[in-house]
Design a protein around this ligand. Structure first.
Ligand SMILES: Nc1ncnc2c1ncn2[C@@H]1O[C@H](COP(=O)(O)OP(=O)(O)O)[C@@H](O)[C@H]1O
Ligand SMILES: O=P([O-])([O-])O[C@@H]1[C@@H](O)[C@H](O)[C@@H](O)[C@H](O)[C@@H]1O
Length: 381
């Protein structure tokens, strides 16, 4: 399978002079990540009433999880760096929220991207969409020239409003050893009213880039537009299934990965947090199927709170201890290897059990603070 495990070698003139990642004290390359996608304003509406206004945009959820869950650098005792390329307008109201404060966006003359999420009055079923999205404002797209001129260990293309242009994804592929893509960045359409629809990936200019992508993640609703059977010949496809966990499809195999229990108060950001948890799992050296456990864990964490979640230090400590205990010392980050391992390992079930313990701490935290400081439950009828 032609995974982009090495920075893409089809380089443009001058790209060979790009600075390579700095090396760590133990001689390995620093696992710096590149996240591309804009922050946005989310307005949550239920029964015609605004029930929440929050920071949104996949980049906010993704950097929140990567900062919290990436393995710490032995020498520096801090997670490896993540560079976020996001655009907002002067009207952006969340500049001091933790994710944008740590990863400041580029300021544009156009307004901040804004979504209205209309939640159903009835409880969502496993397969019916739980919300209807409308893009009411769109910031400028992110262009290739907006990306830093250096190499990264991995990249996440996580647009929400069509801001990751095909040429920008192509540039990411050239700069990053492995690129993970959220299908929503590639297949969303917006009608005259801003209502979000989908187009078949095969009919987009992104399709030709798929063989140079390592992983593409789609929700169950998006999966038919990705075309799992065709896409899995080129890269590993992950289909998230809400409260049922997820499935992985690669050329020659597939796996189902069990979920973690959660009391859902707001589904926003579950897919984004899943993808970041999955990437963090690869950074820890897990196989793709094992890394999807960490994806499911952070997806469950996202739905337990309104907006971008706050992780309790005790819960994060439990996650780290589980990973440190299960992962054999010296196992190298999967994302940095020559090829990826997809199959579940023989410690998959133990890893699930260890993370379940951390999920229990998460639900204790939720019970102690039901409003989570963000204004309550968006989902219950
Ligand atoms: N109600 C839930 N309970 C537990 N985990 C959930 C729940 N909803 C979502 N998740 C986790 O988040 C992931 C992404 O959620 P999903 O709803 O499929 O994506 P999206 O947010 O893109 O629609 C799921 O694969 C699962 O791991
Ligand atoms: O819920 P999810 O699919 O993971 O991702 C969401 C996007 O679909 C939505 O457009 C955006 O406004 C949210 O902030 C969040 O990024």
């Amino acid at each position: 399978m032609p995974l982009a495990a090495e920075p893409d070698d089809a380089r443009e003139e001058g790209e060979d002079q790009l600075q390579l990642p700095t090396t760590t004290t133990n001689g390995g390359p620093a696992l710096e990540g590149l996240v591309v996608g804009s922050y946005c304003h989310d307005v949550l509406i239920r029964g015609g009433r605004v029930v929440g206004e929050t920071l949104g945009g996949a980049a906010a959820f993704v950097s929140n999880v990567l900062d919290a869950a990436s393995p710490q650098h032995d020498a520096l005792d801090e997670p490896p760096p993540v560079v976020v390329v996001a655009k907002v307008g002067h009207d952006f109201v969340y500049a001091s929220a933790p994710a944008p404060a740590r990863h400041p966006p580029l300021l544009c003359a156009s307004p901040t991207t804004s979504f209205h999420a209309q939640f159903s009055e009835t409880a969502a079923s496993a397969h019916a969409p739980d919300r209807e999205l409308r893009r009411v404002r769109a910031c400028d797209p992110i262009c290739p020239a907006d990306l830093p001129d250096r190499r990264f260990a991995y990249g996440l293309a996580v647009g929400v409003a069509g801001e990751v242009l095909p040429e920008t994804l192509e540039r990411m592929i050239r700069l990053c050893r492995a690129v993970l893509v959220d299908a929503q960045a590639l297949i969303r359409t917006f009608d005259g009213d801003g209502a979000v629809g989908h187009v078949a990936l095969g009919d987009t200019p992104y399709a030709r880039l798929l063989p140079r992508v390592a992983f593409i993640k789609a929700s169950s609703e998006e999966a038919p537009y990705v075309g799992v059977e065709t896409a899995r010949r080129w890269c590993c496809v992950i289909v998230t299934e809400g409260r049922n966990g997820c499935r992985l499809y690669w050329d020659g195999g597939e796996a189902r990965v069990a979920p973690f229990p959660a009391v859902q108060v707001d589904p926003t950001g579950a897919g984004d947090s899943f993808l970041a948890g999955f990437a963090a799992g690869l950074l820890w050296g897990l196989s793709a199927t094992d890394a999807a456990l960490l994806g499911n864990f952070f997806g469950a964490a996202a739905v337990s709170q309104v907006g971008v979640p706050t992780f309790h230090p005790k819960m994060l400590q439990a996650v780290r201890e589980t990973l440190e205990e299960k992962i054999t010392k010296g196992s190298s980050p999967c994302i940095n290897g020559i090829t990826f391992t997809f199959e579940r390992s023989n410690m998959h079930d133990e890893l699930h059990a260890g993370l379940q313990e951390a999920a229990r701490l998460m639900s204790e935290q939720q019970q102690a603070d039901p409003a989570n400081g963000h204004g309550g439950d968006i989902c219950s009828t």
